[in-house]
Design a protein around this ligand. Structure first.
Ligand code: ADE
Length: 238
């Protein structure tokens, strides 16, 4: 898989991508990631990337020309599977989106800044719009990192233990069971005895019970998701 990230502040994403699972996935050749500075595609001798909004109002808007030039430079043959814009007014990112995007060969992520990007770019060049939560960050760089992490760990071969991505919270709609490691007694607090019983059927039943109970108390919405709209990443057509 190849991922291009177009960012107004590329330094915010470059270094974090070198570490942990995402860093190793690149070292092992499962994924390649290129970070592009939007300023390299800026307009005029000042490489301008933003401008005042038509109609007035606070904040600056990212100009269409630099952004579209950057998107086109990432896909000379128009061959990207998805051009994803990270924005607080996008569809809330769910595990199903990460699963779907992990099956693509080429993703372009657009991290906006300021007051957002020109609507014409959203209408005609962006294929997916995703939000990482109901709060406003200063830009889309950190959300782009979140999406890269969620997607890359699902790319075949990236996780050593292929089953571990499948047992993540949310993969089957439930939160994860509590995890314990040694020592068996820590400051007087004991690990549940069932986990030390060696009885695999009982351990599995305990895990199932804990997952259901945790989901029921913390995220009851996940248990009633029949009424939710079907997962779809498509918010705009290219
Ligand atoms: N850009 C700023 N805030 C964001 C959010 N919550 N999700 C995605 N992109 C954003």
């Amino acid at each position: 898989m190849h991922i291009d990230i177009i960012a107004a502040i590329p330094d915010l994403v470059r270094e974090p991508l070198q570490h942990s699972i995402v860093g190793r996935a690149q070292d092992d050749g499962h994924v390649s990631i290129t970070v592009h500075s939007l300023h390299d595609f800026g307009v005029g001798k000042h490489r301008q990337i933003d401008d005042y909004p038509f109609g007035g109002g606070a904040g600056m808007v990212l100009k269409p020309e630099p952004l579209v030039r950057a998107i086109e430079a990432c896909q000379p043959d128009g061959n990207a599977d998805a051009v994803v814009y990270l924005t607080p007014d996008g569809t809330p990112l769910k595990q199903t989106h990460a699963n779907q995007l992990s099956m693509h060969e080429h993703l372009i992520l657009v991290a906006g800044h300021y007051k957002g990007i020109d609507q014409r770019v959203r209408d005609h060049f962006i294929t997916h719009e995703l939000s990482i939560g109901d709060y406003v960050l200063s830009g889309g760089e950190l959300p782009a990192l979140v999406l890269v992490d969620a997607v890359v760990r699902l790319v075949p071969g990236v996780l050593g233990d292929a089953s571990s991505a499948l047992t993540d919270s949310f993969q089957d709609g439930l939160l994860d069971a509590p995890a314990y490691t040694r020592p068996a007694v820590f400051r007087g607090h004991e690990v549940p005895s069932v986990l030390r019983s060696g009885n695999h059927a009982r351990i599995e039943a305990w895990h199932d019970e804990q997952r259901l109970e945790k989901t029921r108390t913390r995220r009851p919405d996940l248990l009633n998701n029949d009424t939710e709209a079907p997962p779809s990443t498509s918010e705009a057509s290219a």
